[in-house]
Design a protein around this ligand. Structure first.
Ligand code: 2HA
Ligand code: ZN
Length: 270
């Protein structure tokens, strides 16, 4: 077997944690990530017949039985993952009952997956139901997005419009708009179910006064989506209290959508 720390998915994931930390979006133990792995990803790196231990979780993940995920550990710091990935990360496979994770690698020293694993699994099920190529769920705390959730109306139409109007890239990158949840207690299945429901129509969901769930077919897509929302939120917040006399108009957004052939939320523009 080759060294799993050199596998493409692992190298990319570890870079992603370090980038998220450096951007200031995953302070302390903030954030968590799950990455659906294929047999091709792990073939040369992992003996999938060897289960290190089984770890139960409180959710019916039957729809994902047999699927493998790279997952962050509970309580770990994104800042530190690059130094001890085999302690802070695990590779799990959803076992035959749909309620247990078979640990195939990692969590050395006895750690286990993030408490948000059920929320992630629900999100994967949602996204896979609308996009068979979906693979990544990232939860993060991007600063300006959270700031905007504190001061902006939480209606998805208005939130999306504000992000679209301050930056040309926005409607191009998230033409389906973004979802927003009001403040809720985190770490339980209720917020997970609410998030997963939202993720059937968008790839991204803002949690008020907390953070964001971003998804994608690749790490770059999920990360890039969060990055683009966050950049727009930054522009929005930097111009709060000013007259945005040159913001992009509905007519200009329609021109942009036509030019790029975007399948956008038509009801979000006048
Ligand atoms: O995993 O971000 O929402 C730590 C968190 C909880
Ligand atoms: Zn969080």
């Amino acid at each position: 077997m080759k060294n799993i720390l050199e596998a493409k998915f692992m190298v990319e994931a570890i870079r992603t944690f370090s980038n998220l930390y450096r951007l200031g979006w995953d302070e302390r133990n903030g954030g968590n990530l799950t990455y659906l792995l294929t047999d091709d990803d792990v073939r040369d790196y992992l003996d999938t017949t060897k289960v290190i231990r089984e770890i139960p979780f409180d959710f019916d993940g039957s729809a994902l039985i047999g699927k493998m995920f790279l997952v962050t550990g509970t309580g770990e710091y994104f800042k530190n993952i690059q130094y001890e990935p085999e302690k802070d990360l695990g590779i799990i496979r959803i076992g035959a009952t749909g309620r247990v994770a078979e640990l195939l690698w990692g969590f050395r020293g006895g750690n286990k997956f993030t408490s948000e694993l059920p929320s992630h699994l629900m999100s994967h099920i949602s996204r896979l139901s609308v996009d068979p190529l979906h693979r990544v769920v990232i939860h993060s705390h991007p600063t300006y997005t959270v700031a905007m959730s504190l001061t902006h109306a939480l209606t998805e139409r208005e939130f999306t419009r504000s992000l679209w109007k301050v930056q040309t890239e926005s409607i191009v990158v998230f033409p389906e708009g973004i979802s927003v949840l009001p403040w809720m207690v985190c770490g339980n299945n209720e917020i997970g179910a609410a998030t997963a429901k939202k993720l059937t129509t968008t790839r991204i969901c803002v949690w008020t006064a907390h953070g964001i769930y971003g998804t994608g077919r690749t790490l770059d897509e999920a990360f890039g989506l969060i990055e683009t929302v966050e950049k727009a939120a930054q522009l929005f917040m930097l111009t709060e209290g000013h007259d945005r006399i040159n913001e992009i108009s509905d007519r200009q957004l329609k021109e942009l959508a036509a030019s790029f052939g975007l399948n956008y939320r038509k009801d979000y523009l006048d």
